[in-house]
Design a binder for this molecule. Structure first.
Ligand code: PLP
Length: 394
C-alpha cells in the first residue's frame, strides 16, 4: 500500500466546487438551474486586460519570468497599495502568485506544524481550516457572529491567543458572510497584538475593493506596528473578474519574503507570463469596469437582501462587502446543509450550506449574488415557493 503523510487524512476541500459540479450536471440533464453557489463574478474580464495578454504572447512573452513576478507588475502592485491604502510597499516584498488561494497555502505551510496553533475565522473560507489541519497544527476558530454584523471581535480574537499561536488569519470583507470589520475594531485588535509579538498575521483582503453603503475597507497594511509580521493576500480574481486566470499577489515581511520566493521556485517557478501582463494592464489601466461591477453588485445586493427578508422563516442582515448574502434560516425548520441540497435538487437553485464554512455556519446558507438581477429574482421566488410548500416540516 502506498503510504502518504498523515496530513492527507485531515485535508478538506471547498464544497462550492462540488455544488458547482452538481449544478452543471443537473443543467446538462436539461434542468433549469440558477447558480448562486460559486463565488465568482459573472462579468467578462475587461477587454483591455484580455488584449494585454494576447499582445504579450504576440510580443514573445511566453517564457519563464522571475519567480517573484515581472518587475513592472510588482511595482504596479506596490503603487496600487499606495494609492488605495496610503502605504509605502517595497516592490521587493511583493510576490506574484497563481491565485489568491496560494498565499494562504504558503503562509499556513510556513507556520503550521504539530504543537502550533493557528486562529482562523468561523464561519470562514474553508481552505483556512483545511490547510491548518493538513500541517498538523491545531485549528482555533475565531467566532464570527451575526449579532456583531459578521465583523470579527478584537477582544474575542485576542482572548484566543496563547504562547503556541503562530498565525492569526483575518478576512474583511469576508466570505461567506459579507461582513466588514469597522476601523475601531481593527485598531483595537492591532493595539492588542502589540502584546503578542510572536503572532504573525495573514490578512486576506481579496474583496478589498468591494464594500457598500460608504463602508470603508481598512487594510491591515496601514498599521506600521504590524509591518514586520503581516502577510497580505490580495489579487485579481474578484476585483477584475479574473478567477480563471489564476493571478494573485502577496506582500511578505522582510523576514519571510525569501522563504516565500523559495517555495515559489520549488512549486511553480513563475506565474503564467501573459497573465502577468494582463494583471499589469488591470492595475495600470482604467478602473471604470471595476467601479461598474461594484455598482452592479450593490444593486443586486439590495434586491437579494430585500427578497430574502420577505421569505417566511428567513432573516438576512445587509452585507457590507464582497458579493455574498448569509441569511439565517433557523426558523425554516431545516438544517442548513439539507436545505441547500434540497434547494438545488428540487427548486433548481444552487446555494451553499453554512456548515461548509465552519461549525458556526449551521443555521445559515450562503448565496452569491454574482448573477443577474433577473436570475436572482427568479431564485428568490423559487426559494420562497419551496419553503411555503416544504418549510417547517423537519
Ligand atoms: N480568499 C477568500 C476569502 C476567497 O473567498 C477566495 C475565493 O473565493 C480566495 C481567497 C481565493 O481567491 P483565488 O480564486 O484568487 O484563489
Amino acid at each position: 500500500m502506498l503510504r502518504t503523510i498523515a496530513g492527507f487524512d485531515r485535508i478538506g476541500e471547498e464544497n462550492a466546487f462540488a455544488v458547482l459540479a452538481r449544478a452543471t450536471e443537473l443543467a446538462g440533464q436539461g434542468r433549469d438551474i440558477i447558480n448562486l453557489g460559486i463565488g465568482q463574478p459573472d462579468f467578462k474580464t475587461p477587454e483591455h486586460i484580455v488584449e494585454a495578454a494576447v499582445k504579450a504572447l504576440r510580443d514573445g512573452h511566453h517564457g519563464y519570468t522571475p519567480a517573484t513576478g515581472i518587475p513592472p507588475l510588482r511595482e504596479a502592485v506596490a503603487a496600487g497599495l499606495y494609492k488605495r491604502h496610503g502605504v509605502e510597499t517595497d516592490p521587493g516584498n511583493v510576490l506574484i502568485v497563481p491565485g489568491g488561494k496560494v498565499t494562504m497555502f504558503m503562509a499556513i505551510l510556513m507556520f503550521g506544524e504539530p504543537g502550533a496553533e493557528i486562529l482562523y475565522p468561523d464561519p470562514g473560507f474553508p481552505i483556512y481550516r483545511s490547510m491548518i489541519e493538513f500541517t498538523g497544527a491545531r485549528p482555533v476558530p475565531v467566532p464570527i457572529r451575526e449579532d456583531n454584523d459578521f465583523a470579527f471581535s478584537a477582544e474575542e480574537t485576542l482572548s484566543l491567543i496563547t504562547d503556541r499561536t503562530r498565525l492569526l488569519i483575518l478576512n474583511s470583507p469576508a466570505n461567506p458572510t459579507g461582513g466588514v470589520t469597522p476601523r475601531a475594531e481593527i485598531e483595537t485588535l492591532v493595539a492588542g497584538l502589540e502584546r503578542h509579538p510572536h503572532v504573525a498575521v495573514l490578512s486576506d483582503e481579496i474583496y478589498s475593493q468591494m464594500t457598500y453603503d460608504g463602508m470603508e475597507h481598512v487594510s491591515l497594511t496601514s498599521f506600521p506596528s504590524l509591518a514586520d509580521r503581516l502577510i497580505l493576500l490580495d489579487g485579481w480574481s474578484k476585483t477584475y473578474a479574473m478567477t480563471g486566470w489564476r493571478m494573485g499577489y502577496s506582500v511578505w515581511p522582510d523576514a519571510l519574503i525569501d522563504k516565500a520566493r523559495k517555495l515559489a521556485v520549488n512549486a511553480w517557478s513563475c506565474v503564467n507570463a501573459p497573465a502577468q501582463y494582463a494583471g499589469l494592464a488591470a492595475l495600470t489601466g482604467p478602473q471604470t469596469a471595476v467601479e461598474e461591477m461594484v455598482a452592479e453588485f450593490d444593486r443586486r445586493r439590495r434586491v437579494i437582501v430585500e427578497g430574502l427578508n420577505a421569505i417566511d422563516g428567513i432573516t438576512c442582515r445587509t452585507p457590507l462587502g464582497a458579493f455574498y448574502a448569509f441569511p439565517n434560516v433557523k426558523q425554516t425548520g431545516w438544517k442548513a446543509k439539507p436545505l441547500a441540497s434540497a434547494l438545488l435538487e428540487e427548486a433548481g437553485v444552487a446555494v451553499i450550506g453554512g456548515p461548509d464554512f465552519g461549525i458556526l455556519g449551521e443555521g445559515y446558507i450562503r448565496l452569491s449574488y454574482a448573477n443577474s438581477t433577473a436570475n436572482i429574482r427568479t431564485a428568490l421566488e423559487r426559494i420562497g415557493q419551496f419553503l411555503q410548500e416544504r418549510g417547517k416540516v423537519r
